[in-house]
Ligand binder design. Structure first.
Ligand code: GLU
Length: 566
């Protein structure tokens, strides 16, 4: 046990404390020593960190949960440590069946998988369990009993109404809560307590805070650096009337017994650190290290605000799956906003596995990482641009089966064809970046299927309907999908002169009045006829894949159209 001698309560009224502990917890027959032995120090290599994610099972996985979970996961992995999941399900009223699995599967899709604790199927693994707080009541009560024995906790019989009164009286005071003269039950005698209990009055268990209003508490947050705050003086509730612990109490016991070394959690808890450190002290625990993760922010107008479950669809992790952002893109993006040096590292380690990046808590933003959809889109385009066609096909097919059955049906007509379509321009030195998410694919490949091809004969540049008719008629007769690329292109060039264009763009620029257009206009006319677009990947590959029949029929249709409008 640590520091315990510092507190004056020890020895003050030992017999009464022991009697009180017995009165409050008659069924508890274990002592903290029992659990200390049951959950020994972990045998890990020097410097290995033990981290955890402690979700409350609401079923909704916020991007912030994934972010914080990733921070915990990376912290453990970067040190060959252990990452575990503990489910904070003490609030049975809010319990939703299957919520844990939903959340853990959501995390697992982004590689946040526990070594220990609650696994994605809801089962538990590891020597430090149970990992559901709802199954740890006896453990909490054992420590509660021990605090009562030492004079660090007492029962409080104040009603909701009485507590409300205190709040009203304190409206204009700096320190709010149950302390000092407001802590009416703090000094009840054993007899008074006994009488209350015999009357059947319900009670909560409160910390008898040893804090000093004039003293400061110091700690070193792994992300925010040195922090100084007033000591905690509030006699917070440790156990609610049903004997279930509050977050504060449960966190201290669980993280101690599960031998957590680094608590990474949302920075809404930072104000509670003085209390938590005090709890560690009275419980005789070595304090954990804290890393408080700032919430994900979003720009709004001139300012910034938190990414909001209510306002922002992208606050839900399911959003990325539905839209078809590959998890590798989301992970890559998350790392860019998680560690300020990640992008520099990526520039020199283009092909390296993301797990090779030396993640560092100290490189995290204190003010909150900024969520930026444009940046995510760019990152994702890069990630997808270097995937093989087989990967793109496999992942987008999985996505399509769930979210776009029309695309899945198209793929199923001919998977080799679909993969070849996705392979166009892939593997080039400078790969195209047309796809940011799988839901971009139906539009991207639409002209490669008759079912989804949309005719659109609008022309750009020097192309006119008259020119289009002449060019397409010539092209129709000479196009051969078995040609190699050079032959195909020389055929396109050969069409130029007969229709008054030049194969040489430079020549056209020098003397535009002498020509009707140049080879680029000729290609545009063919491209529009075949795809309905003026900008596509490699037209040669598209032509070859579309096949002779489709090429002929699309050209014929285009000729008909331009003949009608010219
Ligand atoms: N259940 C708490 C929450 O969801 C966990 C906080 C922590 O990580 O300690 O906010």
């Amino acid at each position: 046990m640590y520091f315990i001698g510092k507190f004056k309560n020890i020895g003050e009224n030992m017999t009464d404390y022991n009697k009180l502990a017995e009165l409050l917890f008659p069924d508890i027959d274990k002592t903290p020593d029992y659990y200390e032995e049951l959950y020994p120090q972990r045998n890990l290599k020097e410097g290995a960190r033990v981290t955890r994610l402690a979700p409350s099972p609401t079923g909704f996985l916020h991007f912030g949960n994934l972010f914080t979970g990733t921070v915990a996961y990376k912290t453990a992995k970067a040190t060959d440590g252990i990452f575990f999941v503990r489910v904070e399900d003490t609030d049975q009223k809010r319990k939703i069946d299957g919520a844990v699995e939903v959340m853990l599967q959501g995390l697992a899709a982004y590689d946040v998988t526990p070594d220990e604790g609650v696994m994605i199927d809801g089962t538990q693994k590891g020597e430090y369990g149970p990992y559901y707080q709802s199954q740890r009541k006896e453990i909490y009560q054992t420590y509660a009993k021990s605090l009562v024995e030492q004079g660090f906790a007492y029962p409080c019989f104040c009603s909701a109404e009485e507590l409300e009164n205190i709040r009203t009286q304190q409206e204009n005071e700096d320190i709010k809560g149950y302390y000092g003269k407001y802590a009416k039950c703090r000094d009840l005698s054993f007899e008074e307590i006994k009488a209350n209990i015999e009357k059947g009055k319900t009670w909560t268990l409160r910390l008898k805070s040893p804090g000093d209003i004039n003293k400061k508490c110091y700690f070193d947050d792994m992300i925010r650096g040195k922090i100084e705050m007033p000591e905690n003086v509030i006699d917070v509730v440790l156990l609610k009337t049903d004997g279930i612990p509050t977050y504060h109490f449960a966190h201290a016991i669980d993280d101690h017994l599960m031998r957590t070394t680094h608590v990474t959690r949302g920075d809404e808890w930072i104000a509670s650190v003085p209390l938590h450190l005090q709890l560690f002290r009275v419980l005789g625990f070595k304090p954990v290290k804290y890393a408080h993760v700032a919430p994900i922010m979003k720009t709004e107008g001139e300012g910034k605000r938190k990414l909001s479950k209510r306002k922002d669809p992208e606050a839900a992790v399911t959003y990325y799956k539905q839209e078809g952002f590959p998890s590798s893109s989301v992970n890559e993006y998350m790392m860019t906003i998680m560690n300020s040096n990640f992008e520099d590292w990526r520039r020199v380690n283009k092909d390296a596995d993301i797990n090779a990046f030396p993640f560092n808590l100290k490189k995290m933003s204190v003010s909150g990482a900024l969520f930026d959809m444009v940046k995510l889109t760019d990152v994702s385009k890069n990630v997808i641009s270097v995937m093989t066609a087989d990967e793109v096909f496999a992942q987008s097919y999985e996505w399509a089966k769930e979210f776009n059955t029309q695309l899945a049906d198209l793929y199923e007509q001919d998977k080799t064809y679909a993969t070849a379509v996705l392979n166009i321009d892939r593997g080039n030195k400078k790969p195209r970046k047309d796809i940011a998410k799988w839901s971009d694919i139906p539009d991207y490949i639409s002209y490669m299927y008759d079912e989804t091809f949309e005719e659109n004969y609008e022309l750009t540049g020097n192309a006119t309907p008259e020119l289009a008719v002449r060019i397409l008629k010539l092209y129709k007769d000479i196009v051969d999908i078995n040609d190699d690329k050079d032959t195909w292109f020389s055929k396109i060039k050969s069409i130029c002169e007969p229709v008054g264009c030049t194969p040489n763009v430079k020549e056209f620029k020098q003397n535009p009045d002498a020509f009707k257009g140049h080879v680029g206009d000729v290609s545009t006319i063919i491209r529009v006829a075949l795809t309905g677009r003026t900008n596509t990947p490699d037209l040669y590959a598209i032509t070859a894949l579309l096949g002779a029949d489709r090429v002929q029929s699309r050209i014929e249709k285009a000729i008909k159209h331009y003949e009608e409008v010219k």
